[in-house]
Design a protein around this ligand. Structure first.
Ligand SMILES: C[S@@+](CC[C@H](N)C(=O)[O-])C[C@H]1O[C@@H](n2cnc3c(N)ncnc32)[C@H](O)[C@@H]1O
Length: 292
């Protein structure tokens, strides 16, 4: 994992920001830290999404056949999929595969998701890895869950939707949960500015030996790219392993894309997905898409 982090950091130091470090934040203690964040009463999107899921479950049951393969991109604490599987398995034959980069997160999900049976370490930002996972699946309809804003941490959500569609051969449904752009984005940015969040997003740099006091964390909304960006800006020259950095160099720790409903709809339609249904509750959207 450290080699991948180092590679991305080297790219950033050459001002190539085509990949970010967000997905490495949940390794080791990052998993527990994420769960503590979701349990904070201010983190309301967790419960809002659970309610939206309950609302779309009957539609999913109507839409899919009697045999379904669920693939969970980013297992988190496992509770959401526990609820989904317990409901779907009342009437449908469902198999489950949970994918995550973080072994610790998988351990937590395994405990909380009593209906989840198979888990695998996979970087689902990597289409090569995903293709080989898909090749091993059996020949039935598929439903991918990408909940809890996970897709918004992709550096380029549109090209992610495009790539995922292009490796999708069988009838596939994709359920995405994400927070939409809201006028109070500055308030949201202020909520990101806390030590607990910094510890989470800085974790990948810590893993390769960079120290927090070698720079500052800067968080802001980038209106051009419509996303919250978290940067680490070095305040001194230095070297870690064979990586040399200079004062002012910037590493992109994390991105959180905040599209409007119109923007996300356009991306969906332009990249081969059909919108089956979507519901929004106080700025949080749950979208159910299909490949045909
Ligand atoms: C924001 S959390 C959401 C978790 C859960 N889906 C939920 O709704 O609560 C993101 C999860 O996806 C995993 N993750 C993020 N990017 C990943 C990637 N590219 N490949 C594999 N796992 C990833 C993280 O380890 C974490 O478990």
């Amino acid at each position: 994992m450290n080699e991948q982090i180092e590679k991305i950091v080297r790219q950033h130091l050459q001002e190539n920001y085509s990949d970010s470090l967000t997905r490495f934040s949940y390794l080791n203690g990052g998993a527990e830290q994420f769960i503590r964040l979701t349990q904070n009463p201010d983190y309301t999107s967790y419960e809002r999404e659970l309610n939206l899921i309950n609302q779309i479950l009957p539609n999913i049951k109507n839409l899919v056949g009697s045999n379904l393969q669920i693939i969970d991109f980013g297992v988190g604490d496992g509770r959401k999929l526990n609820q989904i599987l317990s409901s779907l398995r009342e009437s449908i034959d469902v198999s489950y595969l949970g994918l995550d980069l973080s072994p610790t997160m998988i351990e937590v999900a395994r405990i909380n998701n009593r209906f989840g049976d198979i888990y695998s370490i996979c970087d689902f930002s990597n289409m090569g890895q995903l293709t080989s996972v898909f090749e091993r699946l059996h020949d039935s309809e598929r439903l991918i869950f990408m909940l809890g804003n996970t897709i918004t941490n992709e550096v380029d959500v549109e090209s992610y939707l495009h790539s995922l569609r292009s490796i999708t051969e069988r009838q596939t449904y994709l359920a995405i949960g994400l927070e939409l752009f809201q006028d109070n984005v500055d308030e949201i940015v202020r909520e990101y500015r806390n030590e607990e969040n910094y510890n989470l997003t800085f974790r990948p740099l810590e893993m390769i030996g960079i120290e927090r006091n070698h720079g500052q964390i800067d968080i802001d909304f980038n209106p051009e790219r419509q996303r919250i960006e978290e940067w680490f800006i070095f305040n001194q020259d230095g070297q870690v392993r064979d990586i040399q950095y200079q004062e002012g160099d910037r590493v992109l720790l994390s991105v959180t894309y905040k599209p409007t409903m119109t923007q996300i709809r356009e991306m969906i339609n332009n990249n081969g997905w059909n919108e089956e249904m979507s519901i929004v509750d106080r700025g949080y959207a749950l979208l159910l898409l299909s490949s045909d």
